[in-house]
Structures are given as structure tokens and as C-alpha cells.
Design a protein around this ligand. Structure first.
Ligand code: P6P
Length: 355
């Protein structure tokens, strides 16, 4: 536990020293995200008490039933940021297209991409869920943001983070100067610094994968998971398998304790060898954090942060966590999954160009 009492607002302000030319808009944007997280946290803890559980009766772009809390979280983040003049464009997991800044408001030099409530299928069973956010700088030439500003590779991120709504609510973020975790003290409504400069342990404890998908895995992934299960010979505790079905919760545990989360691509459907997770608002922001914490993240072939997105809701296989475990995953795939690699590369090149 850090010795000093530091709120997230003061920490964000102090990290401004890394960008003396910053206008303060970046700092304010991070404040706004922290405030959104407090509002969403309040509803997640009350979800069982008010009529906010259950489905909103609508579907999102992916045809998934939208839980009311999903819709609430998406609205909170949008309305917290649409009028501040700090953003030029937004994008959300819950919305089909990019979200322009309403005409009546000024625009700014930042881009906000977010998954308002990841793991929402767990809402009704009271399992931890999370918000994931990514912040880019504007790169398009016009006054208002475009899809070009959204489709940036993760290596260009200005900041990224997540909020986990669990036994306690934590916000974890990085602006490229280490990864720092803050725990919400609901009695005062402040996020207080609780995990300074998080580094993912070299020695892993967990591996997280949906074993139920084993029959769809490629030969390399099967061999890799077998390797994980036998990683420590006699005398040493093997890795434990932990899979909550909530990416933020699984990632957070592995970040603090060491381990790997994998959602591999597979050959289940010929037209989508990319697996389930989304590049822009799930894989890339968490990969940014993981690399800042000394870990790695890949699609099984290349680093996640190097991938040039082609479309807003593009899926990508994800291997993320302790560096040595990610490197080994890449080796197994390189050695045993040529057919899948060719299909994946071909499919990625067919992704619709910027429209
Ligand atoms: P499956 C939640 O829907 C999510 O996007 C991640 O949070 C989670 O890790 C994954 O999907 C779970 O997917 O197919 O194992 O249920």
C-alpha cells in the first residue's frame, strides 16, 4: 500500500509534468473518465436493488442482448464527454458507427474509444465486470474527427485504462509512464492510489482460457495449453486455470499475480479465424497497459500494438500477460498452425478498408 494518500485526480495532474506542453485537456479528459466510472460503479452496486438488471430489450451491433447497465454505462460516458470540447470523435462497443461530436459543441484534439461494460453477461450473476477505454490524439486534417482518427494502431495510444467493478471498484490507467491502480473509497467518492507502478510478475500463477472451446482450437493452441498445464515439473506448483468470462477481471488478476489470458482464433468458422475479442476497445488498450507493466500481448503472430485496424469492430485473437508465456504461445503457433496463420492473414487483408 503506498505510503502517501493520493487521489487519482492529483495523480493525473502530477503526471502532466511528463507533457509540459499539454493544455490540460488531456488531464481533464482523464478526470471525466474517472467521474464516469464513479457513476457507473454506483449503479453496478445497486443493480440488484433497482430495476436495472436484466435486458434492455434491445440488441447492440453484434446482435447481443443489451443489458440495461450496458446502455446506462454507454450513455454516461458519451454524455460526460460529448460537450467538453476535448474530443473530436468517439466510438463505443455498443454503437454501430463512430460517434461524432454533436454539431453544437466544439471539438478537441483527442479521440475516446470505449467498451462501456465488458463482460455484461455476468451482470445478473454478480460477477465482476469492467469498462475499458483508449485515448488517441487526433490525426485527421478536418475540424471534426473521422474514422481515420479511430483506426489507429495501439502503439499510438496516448493513454488507456480500465475500471473493474468487483469486490471493490478500481481504476487502472497508464499515460505511457507506468501503470497505476486506484481503489474507490465510496464513503468519500474518491479513487485513492493503491497500486503504484504495477509490474506483472515474471513467475506466472494463472492461465485463463475457455476450455469449452478446446474442440475448435488449432493444433498449436492445443499443444500450448498442454504445455501450460505441464509448465512446472515435479516440486513446483503448476499454473492454476482461472476463467471468469469477464476479460477485465481475468486480465486484472493476471496483471497483479502473473499469468496469461488467451482467446485464440480458431477454424470454427471459415469466415472468421479471428476469435471473439475486439481490437480497438478490448485488445489494444489492455495490450498498452500490459506492455507498460512489463508484459506482452500478441495475436499469436505479431504484437497487438503493431496491428493497423481496418474496421471499427474488428476482432483479433488475443494472448496477453507475462512476456515469457506470450512468446511461447507465438512459438507454438508459428510451429504448428500454418493453415490457420495463412487463413488469418488472408482474412485480415480482406477486412473492409477505411470507409
Ligand atoms: P466466452 C465477454 O463477453 C467477453 O467479451 C470477455 O469479457 C470475456 O473474456 C469473453 O467475452 C468470454 O467469452 O466465449 O468464453 O464466453
Amino acid at each position: 500500500m503506498p505510503s502517501t494518500l493520493m487521489t487519482i485526480e492529483r495523480h493525473i495532474l502530477e503526471s502532466q509534468r511528463y507533457a509540459p506542453h499539454a493544455t490540460g485537456a488531456f488531464t481533464q479528459l482523464l478526470y471525466d473518465i474517472a467521474l464516469s466510472a464513479k457513476l457507473i460503479a454506483r449503479e453496478t452496486t445497486r443493480a440488484g436493488l433497482v430495476d436495472i438488471l436484466g435486458e434492455a430489450g434491445s440488441n447492440n451491433v453484434h446482435g447481443e442482448d443489451q443489458q440495461k447497465l450496458d446502455v446506462y454505462a454507454d450513455e454516461v460516458i458519451f454524455r460526460m464527454n460529448d460537450h467538453t470540447g476535448r474530443l473530436c470523435v468517439m466510438a463505443s462497443e455498443e454503437r454501430p458507427d463512430i460517434i461524432p461530436i454533436p454539431e453544437q459543441f466544439d471539438t478537441g484534439r483527442y479521440v475516446l474509444i470505449y467498451d462501456p461494460l465488458d463482460g455484461s453477461s455476468n451482470i445478473d450473476v454478480n460477477v465482476s465486470i469492467g469498462t475499458i477505454f483508449a485515448i488517441f490524439r487526433k490525426i485527421s486534417s478536418g475540424p471534426r474527427g473521422t474514422l481515420e482518427d479511430i483506426l489507429q494502431p495501439g502503439k499510438q495510444l496516448a493513454a488507456a485504462g480500465y475500471v473493474i467493478y468487483g469486490a471493490s471498484t478500481m481504476m487502472v490507467y497508464s499515460t505511457g509512464h507506468g501503470v497505476h491502480g486506484f481503489t474507490l473509497d465510496p464513503s468519500v467518492g474518491e479513487f485513492l492510489l493503491s497500486h503504484e507502478n504495477i509490474q506483472i510478475p515474471e513467475t506466472p500463477m494463472y492461465y485463463s482460457v475457455n476450455q469449452g472451446n478446446e474442440k475448435y482450437w488449432t493444433p498449436g493452441v492445443r499443444r500450448y495449453v498442454k504445455w501450460l498445464q505441464g509448465i512446472y515439473g515435479e516440486g513446483r506448483k503448476p499454473l492454476s486455470q482461472r476463467y471468469i468470462g469477464s476479460l477485465v477481471a481475468d486480465f486484472h488478476r493476471n496483471l497483479l499475480k502473473g499469468g496469461i489470458y488467451l482467446y485464440p482464433g480458431d477454424l470454427r468458422s471459415a469466415d472468421n479465424p479471428n476469435g471473439k475479442l475486439r481490437l480497438l476497445y478490448e485488445a489494444a488498450p489492455l495490450a498498452f497497459l500490459c506492455e507498460q507493466a512489463g508484459g506482452k500481448a500478441s495475436d499469436g503472430i505479431v504484437p497487438i500494438l503493431e496491428i493497423q485496424p481496418h474496421s471499427l469492430h474488428q476482432r483479433v485473437p488475443l494472448f496477453i500477460g507475462s512476456a515469457n508465456l506470450v512468446d511461447t504461445a507465438n512459438e507454438f503457433i508459428r510451429s504448428y498452425d500454418r493453415a490457420w496463420v495463412e487463413r488469418y492473414i488472408e482474412h485480415s487483408q480482406q477486412e473492409p478498408a477505411i470507409t
